[in-house]
Design a protein around this ligand. Structure first.
Ligand SMILES: Cc1cc2nc3c(=O)[nH]c(=O)nc-3n(C[C@H](O)[C@H](O)[C@H](O)COP(=O)(O)O)c2cc1C
Length: 476
């Protein structure tokens, strides 16, 4: 068959594909390579970074309906951003007036124009609509999270729990379609995971595409699967077919590594777009096509990120967290970053002398004074909180290991230790015992974890305690 006939046939088939209408201010997910929603890693400067390197659309981090409800929208003249703020409740229903407002969500109306999708965490149609109304005039689409497996989401019936209550999920999507689409003229979409069997997934997807949504993203892992497990793509073509029958755009997610990789996968599986999370978190230049330079060295990406973070006065804790994702754990810079408490210190460590003056201004604007006693005390307590959290995480990990060992018919760590034969009975020589004791003198588990490479940590436990330590630093 000649090239011309083939392309005519392709054209004819393409024109037959049904497409639901895209609302006037909304966006068609077809042909897009997009940044995934990521709590903490998908804050404003990360989204600007992804856009800078060519992401077609960017999802914001999941924001729970009840944390949005009650916020006040305001325009920040300095950073040129729109912010939704509220007083932190601090455990009481009426917090004191002098408590500083917390920023719950932010968008950059110019730099994210037409490209920003707000993701909502919800398990209630009325609350979903109430929260969505607050942002709908400033974003390009509203996406419902039906894939988060974390207990903070599922315990309330949100995230992946919605996959088991499809009628509730459909009611949420229908309520958003009915109340948000006509008034704000943007589209509604959903992000799901695959279910255990193709039949279960098929039944779910058939219901979802009939709700009036314009897009469906499928994370090709089941709810219990860990992020390290390879994505399963066996159900993808079936999901795509159901989406296409209904005219809904189908976006694939899971182990997509770059724009070029996305293009290959889109053509292999016939889906409409691809979403990238982890690889973008490590190096957002993955959105740049190979023909345009491809993935950039981390030093360049980090410099851009620091600039964007300073542009929007990003909370320093979040900036530092992201830097720890972007800077390879093996590099000396990674270790030097750990004690940094200000943008100025970060710029010094990174050797960005040209950004130093601006960094000092930003530090001052956001109230960071690295020399102040209060700052030093805060840092000290942050470090303590981090260590405590890391210890707790290790204990939890130990409990989990025990549970899985017991479930698999083995023993708990304590029993294993009690049942251990003396070293001499296990043929360990005195010299080896000595060596073992020497090895135990190496740094603490926390220090070990901190020194592990970020991107190729040797054990999950070390990675977990590093993350927890960082979480402690950030949350404080
Ligand atoms: C740090 C982090 C935060 C995430 N937060 C969210 C979220 O807020 N909403 C959501 O739907 N998925 C969230 N996810 C899941 C990702 O969007 C994505 O589905 C998953 O990581 C698989 O994509 P990947 O294989 O490219 O990493 C998060 C993932 C990571 C790594």
């Amino acid at each position: 068959m000649s090239q011309m006939i083939r392309s005519l046939l392709r054209g004819a088939m393409a024109s037959e594909i049904k497409k639901v209408p895209i609302p006037r201010k909304g966006v068609d997910y077809r042909g897009k390579v997009v940044l995934a929603p990521m709590v903490r890693s998908g804050e404003l400067p990360s989204r600007l970074l992804a856009l800078h390197y060519g992401a077609d659309l960017v999802w914001g981090p999941e924001t729970v309906d009840r944390s949005m409800i009650g916020t006040t929208r305001r325009y920040n003249e300095i950073t040129k951003t729109i912010e939704w703020t509220r007083k932190p409740s601090q455990g009481s229903k009426s917090p004191p007036d002098d408590v500083k407002d917390s920023i719950i969500y932010r968008v950059h109306p110019d730099r994210e124009a037409g490209k920003h999708i707000f993701q909502i965490g919800t398990s209630n149609p009325e609350k979903a609509v109430e929260a969505a109304r607050l942002v709908a005039g400033d974003v390009t689409g509203i996406d419902v999270n039906a894939g988060c497996p974390k207990p903070f989401s599922t315990h309330d019936g949100m995230g992946a729990a919605l996959l088991r209550t499809p009628d509730k999920l459909c009611a949420i999507l229908e309520a958003l379609v009915k109340n948000i689409v006509p008034e704000y003229e943007i589209g509604i979409s959903v992000k799901i995971r695959i279910l255990e069997t193709p039949a279960e997934t098929e039944a779910l997807v058939r219901k979802l595409v009939a709700t009036g949504i314009t897009g469906l993203t499928v994370h090709c892992r089941t709810t219990p699967m860990r992020p390290r497990e390879r994505a399963i793509r066996g159900q993808l073509r079936m999901i795509r077919d159901i989406c296409h029958e209904a005219g809904v755009a189908c976006v694939m997610n899971g182990d997509v590594e770059s724009r070029d990789h996305a293009a290959t996968l889109i053509s292999e599986f016939g889906v409409d777009g691809a979403m990238i999370a982890t690889c973008a978190e490590k190096n957002s230049s993955c959105f740049r096509a190979g023909s345009e330079g491809g993935t950039a060295p981390w030093e360049q990406v980090v410099e851009k990120y620091v600039e964007f973070a300073m542009d929007v006065h990003n909370k320093f804790g979040n900036t530092k967290y992201l830097l720890c994702q972007l800077v390879p754990g093996k590099s000396a810079t990674y270790r030097l970053l750990q004690p940094c408490k200000s943008y100025a210190a970060v710029c010094e460590v990174l050797g960005h002398a040209h950004l130093l003056e601006r960094a000092r201004e930003v530090d001052q604007a956001i109230g960071i004074d690295p020399e102040s006693k209060a700052q030093q005390a805060a840092d000290k307590s942050a470090a303590k909180a981090g260590q405590k959290a890391a210890r707790k995480k290790q204990e939890q990990q130990q409990k989990q290991n025990n549970a899985s060992a017991l479930a698999a018919g083995g023993n708990s760590a304590r029993e294993r230790a009690n049942n251990k034969k003396p070293l001499s009975e296990r043929g360990v020589t005195a010299q080896k015992q000595q060596q073992g004791q020497e090895n135990q003198k190496s740094p603490s588990p926390i220090a070990d974890a901190m020194l592990q490479p970020t991107h190729d940590a040797t054990t999950a436990a070390a990675e977990a305690s590093k993350v927890t330590l960082l979480e402690g630093i950030i949350s404080s």
